[in-house]
Ligand binder design. Structure first.
Ligand SMILES: *[C@@H]1O[C@H](CO)[C@@H](O)[C@H](O)[C@H]1NC(C)=O
Ligand SMILES: *[C@@H]1O[C@H](CO)[C@@H](O)[C@H](O)[C@H]1NC(C)=O
Ligand SMILES: *[C@@H]1O[C@H](CO)[C@@H](O)[C@H](O)[C@H]1NC(C)=O
Ligand SMILES: *[C@@H]1O[C@H](CO)[C@@H](O)[C@H](O)[C@H]1NC(C)=O
Length: 196
């Protein structure tokens, strides 16, 4: 039994290195995040649970690590001219992060799957896959837009933050060519679960 498990774990690892599509999703009361790993590229999406229209949207970020200090962060915001800005930053403390000129993994905004309009805003970006399939992330949102398209624009402090543990596992490929998305629904509050 153990050896079968070990073998299937090995097979899963081998597949992860080649063609299998892996993914995970996480939601808390504030944000929904999905991650899909395929062909050496990780695709991340983040959007507020309560939709925030273009004119009210500040910035949103995902960071790779347990806490803000020393976690490479990908920060994104919509601009008045309907473009999006992506900025990679890192902080050595709970302080305004510095722009990283040479981030460990270069992130690219996926403008086809990012949107900001009169009803909602959400972002998608890609970056090269890491070696890990289980790792912690942080995320944050600020209601104050930097009002600049520059990736080095100063940003204001977050309004809310969150943490998650992401575990990338094989996704159902039965989707007729469409890229599979991990299912991601806001977690019910413990209180409302208990009252059921
Ligand atoms: C930003 O970089 C400067 C220069 O390296 C450093 O002194 C400062 O501590 C950094 N700030 C953060 C928040 O990491
Ligand atoms: C805003 O964009 C989302 C995602 O593409 C779309 O579902 C929604 O209909 C759009 N809303 C408006 C008002 O354009
Ligand atoms: C950007 O403009 C909005 C609307 O005028 C304002 O509320 C916000 O504080 C500005 N952001 C910064 C960083 O000044
Ligand atoms: C992530 O996992 C660590 C270690 O198992 C745990 O301490 C932490 O509470 C978890 N974080 C979340 C947001 O679930």
């Amino acid at each position: 039994m153990l050896s079968i498990l070990a073998l299937s774990a090995l097979a899963a690892t081998a597949l992860a290195g080649s063609s299998a599509t892996l993914g995970d999703g996480y939601c808390d009361a504030n944000a929904c995040i999905t991650a899909v790993r395929s062909g050496g590229t990780d695709t991340w999406s983040i959007a507020p649970v309560t939709p925030i229209p273009h004119d009210n949207f500040g910035w949103i970020a995902i960071g790779f690590g347990k806490n803000m200090p020393n976690s490479p962060m990908v920060i994104m915001w919509p601009n008045a001219d309907d473009t999006f800005t992506l900025s990679q930053r890192e902080a050595n403390a709970h302080a305004p992060p510095n722009v990283t000129d040479a981030p460990p993994r270069h992130a690219t905004l996926d403008s086809t799957h990012s949107f900001s309009n009169a009803s909602a805003t959400g972002f998608t970006f890609t970056l090269p896959s890491s070696e890990e399939t289980a790792f912690p992330i942080i995320f944050a949102y600020s209601g104050i837009n930097p009002n600049s398209t520059s990736s080095t624009a100063p940003i204001r402090k977050h309004t809310w933050t969150g943490h998650a543990n992401i575990t990338l596992t094989a996704l159902d490929e039965e989707t007729g060519g469409e890229k599979p998305k991990p299912s991601c629904k806001p977690k019910k509050k413990r209180r409302s679960m208990a009252s059921l």
